[in-house]
Design a protein around this ligand. Structure first.
Ligand SMILES: [Cu+2]
Length: 260
């Protein structure tokens, strides 16, 4: 009887687990937090089911493998078990029902309507994707930021405040994707896709188009810089005062700085 390399198997399991844990970025928004929770709940459910399935498989393979039994005959064949069949029908139903309920809980955070009166009103942001760039407009503020190809436009948003986004596409379907927000939405021509996001911490968040839209699809990045409320107001004032619609380039002093 050959011995199994338990150490190697254990190490593989640990490395695999770490990979799964390490692959999910920290959520940068309140809504992303709800998505992260849902991800983990589904992961735990999947891991439990996986453990049971692979555990039983491994047990059956090891316990009943050829050569282990004295006689090499076919083991007794049984068919039909009402108890087992009920168990493997009801078990998954329960799991699916729980996951469904947890999904509703997450959706309740992700798909909320923009805040009304009481709280500080949501910042309104209109996003239009086009081949091959982005146009961000702040209705009522007189600020529009638009740029195409690299490095793409950079916009500023207040951290900790709800941002109500209205997303659309100008020509073909694009997709608004900021990996750290754990969330993306399609930008569809002729249709306004609305969602909210609340950025937790000030910081710089890279975004990109996530729907193949043509030749330069890979060159549609944009940047969101989240700052304090006062810095946000100051930026708006700056934008109104000077730069105009293509203000995205103003924030990148490195461009052209290589000339002595
Ligand atoms: Cu694209």
């Amino acid at each position: 009887v050959t011995r199994l390399p338990w150490r190697k198997i254990g190490a593989l399991l640990v490395v695999g687990g770490l990979l799964v844990v390490g692959c999910l970025p920290q959520p940068g928004t309140r809504e992303g937090g709800a998505i992260e929770s849902l991800y983990w709940q589904a992961m735990v459910a999947a891991a439990l089911v996986g453990l049971i399935v692979y555990g039983l498989l491994t047990f059956a393979i090891l316990r009943y493998r050829r050569g282990r039994r004295a006689d090499d005959e076919t083991p007794p064949q049984t068919a039909g078990s009402n108890r087992l069949e009920v168990a493997w029908t009801v078990g998954p139903l329960i799991i699916i029902t729980i996951l469904f309920a947890l999904t509703l809980v997450a959706l309740n955070v992700v798909n909320v309507r923009p805040a009304g009166g009481g709280e500080p009103a949501a910042v309104r942001l209109e996003v239009t994707a086009f081949r091959w760039g982005w146009r961000f407009s702040y209705p009522g503020e007189g600020v529009v930021v638009q740029d195409n190809l690299e490095p793409g436009p950079e916009i500023v948003l207040p951290a900790g405040r709800q941002i109500a986004v209205t997303l659309t596409g100008a020509d073909v379907v694009h997709s608004f994707y900021v990996p750290q927000f754990l969330y993306k939405r399609d930008a569809i021509p002729g249709r306004a896709n609305e969602f909210v996001m609340t950025i937790d911490q000030p910081g710089v968040y890279a975004g990109q188009c996530a729907e193949f839209c043509g030749l330069y699809h890979a060159r549609m990045p944009f940047t969101i810089r989240a700052v304090s409320d006062t810095d946000y107001e100051a930026w708006l004032a700056d934008q109104r005062a000077g730069a105009g619609p293509t203000a995205g380039a103003g924030a990148s002093p490195t461009t052209g700085a290589s000339q002595p």
